[in-house]
Design a protein around this ligand. Structure first.
Ligand code: AMP
Ligand code: ZN
Ligand code: FE
Ligand code: FE
Length: 289
C-alpha cells in the first residue's frame, strides 16, 4: 500500500488563516491528504463548513481547536490543541466565549497604542479585515503591511506585536490545568502543540513540563511541526513514547498569513496517517465526519 498522509494542525478564516474552512479541506484533498484537522485559535466556528466539505470529498475530518495557556517557562509559549471535541459541548461553548472576551479586552489596547505611535488602524477596520473570524495579531500585522508601516509579518511582530514590541499587550490566558480540563470536558483529547515554542533550555526542564501536563490530563505531543528540525522530531517522539502519549503532527497552515507553510508539509516532512488513526482510536468521542 502506498503511504498515506494527513495534516492535524491548520487554521482558516474562522481565526487567522486566509483560506475559508471549505477551501482548506479542498486544498487538503488536492494535496493528496486522507485526513485533516481544523484547529483554529479559540473557535470551532469553521467546523461545520469544513466537515460538510470533507464529507463531500471523502476525506476524514477531525474537529479541533488551539488554545493559548499560561506558559510554564518564562518567555515561552504554551498552546494546547484539542482534538475530537464535541461541537455541542456546553463546556466548549463557555470556554470559547471566555477566550473571545479576553481578545476583546486586548485588541483595542493594541489599536490604541498604535494610534499613540501615529499609526491609525480602527477597530472596525481590523474587525472587517478579519471577516468575522477571531481577530488576532496576524490580522493587525497584515494591516500594518497594507499601510506600508512594515514590509513583512515578521517585522510587524518584531517591532510592534510580539513581547518587547511597541504595541504588545498580553491577553488573559487559561492556566494549563484549565485548558486541559476544559478540552477533556468537551470530550476532546488535549495535545501539546509545537513543544519547541515552550523554550525549554534543557532536557530535564522539558521532561518536568511534560510530566506536569501529563498529570493534568495531556493525551499527546505534536512531534511533527513546521518549527521542528528532524532532531527535534526525534527527541519529541522519544518523549511521547516514554510516557505513552499520542504522537500528532501538522503544518500549522495559515494560508497567506504564513506564506512559507504548505498544507500537509511541516519543514519538509509529511505526517503519517497512523497519527490520525491512533488519535481517533483513543478518542472518547471519535467524531468522524
Ligand atoms: P494571537 O492569537 O493574536 O495571540 O496571535 C497568535 C498568532 O500569531 C499565531 O498564529 C502565531 O503563530 C502568530 N505569531 C505569534 N508570534 C509571531 C511572530 N513572532 N511572528 C509571526 N507570527 C507570530
Ligand atoms: Zn494562528
Ligand atoms: Fe500555535
Ligand atoms: Fe496553530
Amino acid at each position: 500500500m502506498t503511504r498515506q498522509f494527513v495534516d492535524l494542525h491548520s487554521h482558516s478564516t474562522a481565526s487567522d488563516g486566509t483560506f475559508a474552512p471549505a477551501d482548506v479541506v479542498r486544498l487538503a484533498k488536492s494535496a493528496g491528504l486522507v485526513g485533516l484537522a481544523l484547529t483554529d485559535h479559540d473557535t470551532i466556528a469553521g467546523i461545520t463548513e469544513a466537515a460538510a466539505e470533507a464529507k463531500k470529498l471523502e476525506i476524514t475530518f477531525i474537529p479541533g481547536i488551539e488554545i493559548s495557556a499560561v506558559p510554564p517557562i518564562d518567555n515561552g509559549t504554551l498552546h494546547i490543541l484539542g482534538y475530537c471535541i464535541d461541537p455541542q459541548s456546553p463546556a466548549l461553548a463557555e470556554m470559547t466565549r471566555n477566550l473571545i472576551d479576553a481578545r476583546d479586552d486586548r485588541n483595542p489596547k493594541i489599536i490604541a497604542r498604535l494610534r499613540e505611535l501615529g499609526i491609525v488602524i480602527t477597530m472596525d477596520e481590523a474587525v472587517n479585515y478579519a471577516r468575522g473570524g477571531v481577530l488576532g495579531r496576524p490580522h493587525i500585522a497584515a494591516l500594518l503591511i497594507r499601510k506600508g508601516i512594515v514590509k513583512t509579518v515578521k517585522q510587524a511582530f518584531d517591532e510592534y506585536l510580539a513581547p518587547g514590541g511597541k504595541a504588545y499587550f498580553d491577553k488573559e490566558r487559561l492556566t494549563p490545568r484549565a485548558a486541559i480540563s476544559r478540552i477533556r470536558q468537551s470530550g476532546g483529547l488535549p495535545v501539546l502543540a509545537h513543544p519547541v515554542q515552550l523554550r525549554a533550555t534543557n532536557h530535564a526542564q522539558l521532561d518536568r513540563v511534560i510530566k506536569d501536563l501529563l498529570d493534568l490530563g495531556l493525551a499527546g505531543i505534536e512531534v511533527i511541526h513546521s518549527d521542528h528540525s528532524q532532531a527535534l522530531v526525534d527527541k519529541y517522539t522519544r518523549l511521547a513514547d516514554r510516557y505513552g502519549l499520542l504522537k500528532t503532527g501538522g503544518s500549522d497552515f495559515h494560508g497567506g498569513n504564513k506564506k512559507d507553510i504548505s498544507l500537509g508539509t511541516a519543514n519538509g516532512r509529511r505526517i503519517p496517517r497512523k497519527f490520525m488513526d491512533d488519535l481517533l482510536a483513543r478518542a472518547a468521542n471519535p467524531v468522524r465526519f
